[in-house]
Design a protein around this ligand. Structure first.
Ligand code: PLP
Length: 379
């Protein structure tokens, strides 16, 4: 079995989550919109999952919409809110380090006549509340800023950012795909009007997610079809996936504090070992609040693709950054936004740990990396 340290790309399905899903893939096949018994059973399972997701986010079940993943939740939030508010303004704000599912959606909206501002971040990847304040105009209708960054793990000061927006009744969307299930996500404390999450980042199934839509916020649907999810997300319910998302949310919520402390201790062990192997290593975002499982490290002068490939040959799965951009040689938009020198950016490896990452696995990873640093000389 490889040592898997790429949980920000996707996290393995928890056995209890799989167990919760299996009946809906075997004997129970009702369409959750059907009026007969099997349909009502399926609908009951969907509603239980809705309550479980709402429990994780501290909101009402009616404020949860199920989607086909984080990308779709982000698209529905941005497009749905902008189209619903078109008469009130045309300016949207995103941070420069958003996931492509926010950035490219915002760019597409800009192509349709919306004005787009991209907020810079500091060297640790943080958006400064002052820069959000000075980007606001009388025509701003929406800001979208992620809770935690997928590449470097930096956690944004969301409640402070929300303050400036609330005063002006500007909608605030928060992409919490990486943070939900890893750190507390309370939509009221954060001050989010819309918030996205994805099951597979918290040991649930791939291809299912949710969007929190604060009561009173209107969206225009992106897809046209049936009346599921109040017409906002038409399409036959993915009952097994939604049940898996609910179970993953419940389990993540229950174990949150213990798992976060464990992950932080394991990451500390890893980073200490990395410092000993490579005293020149640079830990990105380390001066800011970070996800407890994430460590993005520069190995100055080394080629990150060669490091990742050689670690892979030794059975260690890590990445150079986001899985969706892993074939690009160009440094990611996140690393560019940090102002990292391009050569340094090409030396970054992202380690993202999970609750099953053991002390032995950290020791084996460090031993493999020691060998790999000998095989991949400095340029
Ligand atoms: N947002 C962030 C921050 C992510 O890291 C990801 C996935 O990597 C997504 C959104 C997209 O989620 P999904 O893979 O469920 O489409």
């Amino acid at each position: 079995m490889p040592i898997y340290l790429d949980h920000n790309a996707t996290a393995p399905l928890r056995p209890q989550v799989l167990e919760s899903m299996l009946p809906w893939l075997r004997g129970r096949w009702g369409n959750a919109s059907s009026a007969h018994g099997p349909g009502r059973e399926a609908k009951k399972a969907v509603e239980l999952a809705r309550a479980q997701v709402a429990g994780l986010l501290h909101c009402r079940p009616e404020e949860i919409l199920f989607t086909g993943g984080g990308t779709e939740a982000n698209n529905l939030a941005l497009r749905g809110a902008c189209l619903a508010r078109r008469g009130q303004g045309d300016h949207i704000i995103v941070s420069a380090v958003e996931h492509h599912s926010v950035l490219r959606c915002a760019e597409d909206l800009a192509g349709q006549g919306f004005q787009l501002s991209r907020l810079p971040v500091d060297r640790d990847g943080l958006v400064r509340p002052e820069s959000l304040g000075s980007a606001l105009t009388g025509r701003t209708i929406l800001a979208s800023i992620m809770h935690a960054n997928n590449e470097i793990g930096t956690i944004q000061p969301i409640p402070r950012l929300a303050e400036a927006l609330r005063k002006r009744s500007i909608l605030f969307h928060v992409d919490a795909v990486q943070s939900a299930g890893k750190v507390p996500v309370d939509v009221r404390r954060l001050g989010a009007d819309l918030l996205s999450l994805s099951a597979h980042k918290m040991h649930g199934p791939q291809g299912v997610g949710a969007l929190f839509v604060r009561q009173g916020v209107s969206l225009r649907p992106v897809l046209q079809g049936g009346s599921q999810e109040s017409g906002l997300r038409p399409g036959t319910y993915n009952v097994a996936g939604i049940v898996g998302l609910g179970a993953a949310a419940l389990l993540a919520g229950r174990g949150l504090a213990v798992e976060a402390a464990y992950l932080e201790a394991q990451r500390g062990r890893l980073e200490q070992g990395l410092r000993e192997l490579e005293p020149r290593a640079v830990f990105l975002g380390a001066a800011a609040p970070r996800l407890p499982n994430t460590s993005a490290v520069c190995f100055p002068g080394r080629d990150n693709q060669a490091l990742v490939a050689n670690l892979d040959m030794r059975g260690i799965a890590v990445s150079t950054g986001a899985a969706c951009g892993s074939s690009d040689r160009e440094p990611s938009h996140v690393l560019k936004a940090l102002g990292l020198d391009p050569a340094l950016a090409r030396s970054v490896i992202r380690f993202s740990l999970g609750g099953s990452t053991s002390v032995e696995e950290i020791a084996e990873t460090l031993a493999a990396l020691k060998a790999v640093l000998g095989e991949v000389p400095r340029r």
